[in-house]
Ligand binder design. Structure first.
Ligand code: SAH
Length: 239
């Protein structure tokens, strides 16, 4: 049995459940992947785990799958969000893709003073998170939130969630990595870094821990992956 194709569907999954495919999925499965009736596919919807399904109907613009058995239970990521200042399009796509692979539970674009990217296309970024989950074997898809302004985010922050503030001004300094379990968010600045005002506000806030990511200044996309790595290693689900 070859069931390597994984698809995210917005439909309940369960024993005997039939799942309709939309135009894009039908094109991908039957046109691109050359699958036909009787073929096996893995499905997940972000809540019901992963299911093996069989193609029951294959059309040009539509199709139907039947769920056969659960192959994996839902595995939620640890409760860590990625807050990041959007940068150039391709690098922002990269950040979202890597955050989904690295097991961020929620992804929030933050508009800081030195953020110089234009409007954030939430739907596009969400599609990148879905694709990343499809390819990395995840059963959960992190939500990409609407972009939010830095001050609004901090002023309305639920202080029970700590922020691991990655501060480039601490490059080369020593800092303690967060060890306190509980809900966390990682904050990464834009290419221009944080303004002095933003940095001051972050250092004064009681719910932040400022950390260094080593002696070199990393690009924002590298910094996002590095920060998620050390957080996962210390507090996450790497075992
Ligand atoms: N232009 C800025 C650097 C911005 S790097 C400067 O030259 O100072 C983009 C973001 O990545 C930073 O805002 C920070 O969140 C993170 N970052 C990069 N390198 C880092 C380091 N060594 N320590 C902590 N955070 C870092």
């Amino acid at each position: 049995m070859n069931a390597k194709i994984r698809l995210y569907v917005e439909h309940p999954l369960g024993v005997g459940q039939s799942v309709p495919l939309d135009k894009g999925q039908a094109h991908y499965l039957f046109g691109v992947m050359r699958q036909s009736v009787g073929g096996q596919v893995l499905l997940f919807n972000g809540t019901d785990g992963e299911w093996r399904a069989e193609i029951a109907h294959a059309g040009k613009r539509a199709g139907t799958l039947h769920c056969v058995e659960q192959t994996r239970p839902l595995q939620m990521p640890p409760d860590v969000w990625l807050l990041f200042a959007p940068i150039k399009k391709a690098r922002t796509d990269f950040i979202v893709e890597k955050a989904a692979e690295m097991g961020a539970a929620r992804i929030v674009p933050v508009m800081t003073e030195f953020t110089n990217s234009g409007r954030v296309q939430r739907d596009r970024l969400q599609a990148h998170a879905v694709e990343a989950a499809e390819q990395c074997g995840g059963t959960f898809v992190p939500e990409v939130a609407e972009a939010v302004k830095f001050d609004r985010l901090l002023d309305g922050w639920d202080t029970s969630r700590k922020i691991m503030f990655c501060d480039e001004a601490l490059a080369g300094a020593t800092s303690e990595l967060p060890m306190q379990p509980g809900p966390w968010a990682i904050l990464i600045g834009p290419e221009g870094g944080f303004s002095d005002r933003e940095r001051g506000k972050l250092h004064r806030a009681e719910f932040t821990d400022a950390v260094t990511l080593g002696p070199r200044i990393l690009r924002a996309d590298t910094a996002a992956v590095a920060a998620l790595t050390i957080w996962q290693q210390k507090l996450g689900d790497w075992g």
